[in-house]
Design a protein around this ligand. Structure first.
Ligand code: SF4
Length: 618
């Protein structure tokens, strides 16, 4: 895996790391030279190399670092260059041996850019603070400055209130905070990190962005790190003609591919919400714990039906023309009233029809509650769906409050109490709950991380995702959109294209730009914004190594071949209501794994001493 001869020399590039020792209350800032292209890209490209150096056996230990990083293009003038990444060993995702898996989560708007503009590319939080603190970063006359400040007064506030309280004190800052979920880290392993937005400050409404997956907010809670603040003026570099050209390309239907995320009124598809109609056309939109019915109740959550009760407005992160947010408001005679929540496909479906709720306002209230509590919407909703399913199967001995599908008030009560740390059964995720109950077949997770809103029987690519089923392996629409079912097709996409998605979580751009990391558009963006002559080939190689390092870290944490599989229900009880080819059998998964492992073996053997796996019956 040597770096290609032509293009950029990584050693010519440096970055600034700030290491904060929370136990001692000290910080060290150093400029380091990049060792490879992944270091140059930044984000998880660097963070996963640091995690690989640690021997971590429990997520809640002082040696587990929390790496908060920006990407090469975070804070640049390239559109969507706003990403912040949070990486650590996860309390939620874990191997059957009980070891925590490495994870990352990413979020947008201006916190990452502000951090970058202080002169810091990456912060490594070591140890654990003896008291609740928040970290404040700002540019000083002789370089970046860091302070750890008391945070007791923030405890108990929801994510939005924490941000607004900090905003009062630091009006020139942006923030990353945890909610009550992360504060109750001992019983909530799925705490999210909420990122402040320009729109939030302007409107006073709780329009945060979230880095949700894998419990990075819970890791912050364990560390007694309640919030991060990055202060200072905006320093967006001037957009050169080359950068403007790249930004225009990112908005174009063909070259950029962001069209389906753009507002309907802008000629786009209306954001990820549109996925609901695509999947429901095949009765493949998750319903009642990933078990669609033949009926059409899901249509209650189609945009045109939700708009009968609520106002929907397209809004955006800082300076982003893609405007992918579908914000829903109460309807008043004067127009939009109280802001309720943002409707993306995952929370909309998982807090809606997957819980047996097909009502826009009810679903919006649950999305809002999860966001305010600082819970990962996907993990919380998917674990809730399991509880409802269990209760439907065990009417005489139900769990908790006995809630089952469609019971809005009871479901809301479970969600609220989970975020308050009162229901560790739900807060620790569906893998632990289902194993404790001895009913794992319908627990919708892969490798300990709850599934997003695509049926597992339509996406064997989940098996190979390393940090979120649809965010680190882009195969979730392959069957519905392209009809692909053969082993050759799936092996090809998993081992060559789907994994390149990991590059987005290094470089600082949003996946909703819709372009693959191998696109020449990204290379042009890097050249235009930084002057670095990174080739398309180098970008692809770096993205591939980032993904493979994620896979190698799974092996390091004790995953075995048997854990690379889908929930048993997929094989045992295929759903006749789903109108897509039923091709994912145990034999298919066995053969797919053989092919994928063979394709990865030359590189993976170098990264993971325990590879290749001993084959198991899946
Ligand atoms: S594509 Fe959406 S999430 Fe990404 S930066 Fe633009 S508005 Fe924000």
């Amino acid at each position: 895996m040597a770096a290609p001869a032509e293009g950029l020399d990584p050693a010519a590039v440096t970055f600034v790391r700030c290491t904060v020792d929370l136990g001692a209350g000290t910080a060290r800032i150093e400029r380091l030279r990049c060792r490879n292209l992944e270091d140059v890209l930044g984000g998880v490209g660097r963070a996963y190399q640091l995690l690989a150096e640690r021997d971590i056996r429990a997520a809640y230990c002082p040696e587990n670092p929390l790496v908060v990083s920006t990407g090469l293009l975070t804070g640049s003038a390239v559109m969507t260059g706003l990403r912040t990444y949070f990486s650590a060993y996860s309390p939620l995702k874990h191997s059957d041996r009980g070891l925590p898996a490495a994870m990352w989560a990413a979020g947008s708007d201006k916190f990452g850019a502000r951090l970058k503009w202080t002169g810091i590319d990456e912060v490594v939080f070591e140890g654990r603070s003896p008291r609740p603190v928040y970290a404040l970063f700002r540019a000083g006359p002789s370089g970046p400055q860091v302070q750890l400040l008391p945070a007791e007064r923030l405890l108990g506030l929801d994510t939005h209130r924490k941000i607004m309280a900090l905003h009062q004190e630091h009006p020139d800052a942006h923030f990353a905070v945890i909610g009550p979920g992360g504060e109750h880290y001992e019983s909530v392993y799925m705490g999210a990190v909420a990122l402040s937005t320009e729109n939030q400050f302007k409107s006073g409404e709780d329009k945060c962005r979230f880095a949700g997956r894998g419990g990075m907010g819970s890791v912050m809670g364990y560390k007694n790190l309640i919030a991060l603040a990055a202060a200072g003026p905006d320093q967006v570099p001037p957009a050169t003609p080359e950068v403007l050209e790249v930004n225009k390309t990112l908005l174009k239907p063909k070259a950029g591919g962001s069209t389906r995320y753009q507002p309907v009124r802008q000629g786009g598809g209306g954001g990820t919400w549109a996925n609901l109609e695509v999947m429901q056309a095949f009765r493949a939109a998750p319903e009642n714990n990933f078990r669609p019915k033949a009926h059409q109740a899901v249509e209650g959550l189609f945009r045109r039906n939700v708009e009968k009760d609520l106002e929907v407005r397209s809004e955006a992160c800082f300076r982003c023309g893609i405007r992918c947010h579908n914000n829903v408001f109460e309807r008043t005679p004067e127009g939009p009233g109280r802001f309720i929540a943002k409707f993306d496909y995952e929370p909309l479906n998982l807090f809606g029809s997957n819980l047996g709720l097909h009502d826009g306002p009810q679903t919006a209230e649950l999305v809002k509650l999860a966001d305010n509590l600082g819970l990962d919407a996907i993990s919380a909703a998917t674990t809730l769906a399991y509880v409802l399913d269990y209760n439907e199967r065990h009417p005489d001995a139900p769990l908790l409050n006995g809630a089952t599908f469609g019971q809005f008030e009871r479901i809301r009560d479970l969600l609220r109490r989970t975020g308050e740390g009162l229901l560790p059964e739900i807060g620790r995720g569906v893998k632990r709950l289902s194993r404790n109950l001895g009913e794992t077949a319908y627990a919708m997770h892969v490798k300990g991380l709850e599934l997003p809103a695509f049926l597992p029987e339509t996406n064997p690519g989940y098996i190979f995702a390393v940090a979120g089923g649809h965010m680190s392996m882009q195969t979730q629409m392959l069957l519905a959109k392209e009809g692909k079912t053969t082993l050759e097709e799936w092996t090809g996409v998993i081992t060559r294209l789907g994994l390149l998605q990991a590059g987005f979580d290094a470089i600082g751009l949003c996946k909703f730009t819709g372009v693959w990391i191998n696109s020449e558009v990204i290379a042009r963006a890097v050249q235009a914004a930084t002057g670095l002559p990174m080739t398309t080939g180098q970008l692809e190689q770096a993205a591939r190594r980032i993904y493979l390092r994620g896979l190698a870290l799974e092996w390091k944490q004790g995953y075995t071949d048997a854990e690379y599989t889908l929930p048993d229900q997929v094989f045992q009880d295929p759903n006749p209501a789903v109108q897509l080819p039923n091709f994912v059998t145990r034999e298919y998964v066995r053969d797919l794994k053989r092919r994928v492992w063979a394709a990865f073996a030359p590189e993976l053997q170098e990264l993971a001493p325990t590879f290749p796996p001993k084959e198991s019956a899946c």
